[in-house]
Design a binder for this molecule. Structure first.
Ligand code: PNS
Length: 164
């Protein structure tokens, strides 16, 4: 059984992430989404909120599970018996950072491969940070994220959020 891990902060999950996750689920027998706790990274949404949004977006995909993790990604992947880390690549600007991470992860665990999927055409310029910025300035993020994420962004930015 081929298990792949799709890691990320998912702050919040976008339709670009979903594109990569859905396509990964066609390729691998099982896909585990690793939502990073990442204490060094300041996130808009709490881990619980990010998990809720990811679960809502991937709930209908049978081969996909969502888990949170702290520590090294390769340790999480090993614990999950995954042989592959799956990443999405958008523009060339992603390459340098992802290239470094893939090599460092390979050095940390030679058994785990990193596989890259090209972002689909309409997700090429979609990133969580841009979604947050658009929402922060009152722009519409419709079509970029799920309805729940849209609502949670509105609530968070208007101070109505309960979970964080
Ligand atoms: O969505 P992001 O913020 O780009 O995801 C980054 C993530 C979670 C994939 C990365 O920060 C990560 O792998 N964190 C785990 C810690 C780790 O393994 N670091 C060494 C990688 S070289």
């Amino acid at each position: 059984m081929r298990i792949g891990v799709c890691p990320g902060s998912f702050d919040p999950i976008t339709n670009g992430h979903l594109d990569i996750i859905q396509r990964s689920a066609y390729i691998y027998d099982k896909v585990i989404i690793g939502v990073a706790k990442n204490p060094t990274k300041k996130t808009l949404f709490s881990l619980d909120e990010r998990m809720v949004m990811v679960n809502d977006s991937v709930g209908k995909l049978d081969e996909v599970e969502t888990k949170s993790f702290t520590g090294l990604l390769v340790d999480f992947a090993t614990d999950q018996q995954a042989s592959v880390i799956i990443k999405g690549l958008r523009a060339v600007s992603d390459f340098e950072h992802e290239f470094q991470m893939a090599h460092l992860n390979k050095k940390l665990s030679s058994k785990i491969e990193t596989v890259f999927l090209m972002a689909s055409h309409d997700c090429m310029f979609l990133r969580s940070s841009a979604v947050k910025e658009i929402a922060m300035y009152g722009g519409s993020v419709n079509g970029l994220v799920s309805e729940l994420v849209e609502k949670m962004l509105r609530d968070k930015l208007s101070g109505k959020s309960q979970l964080a």
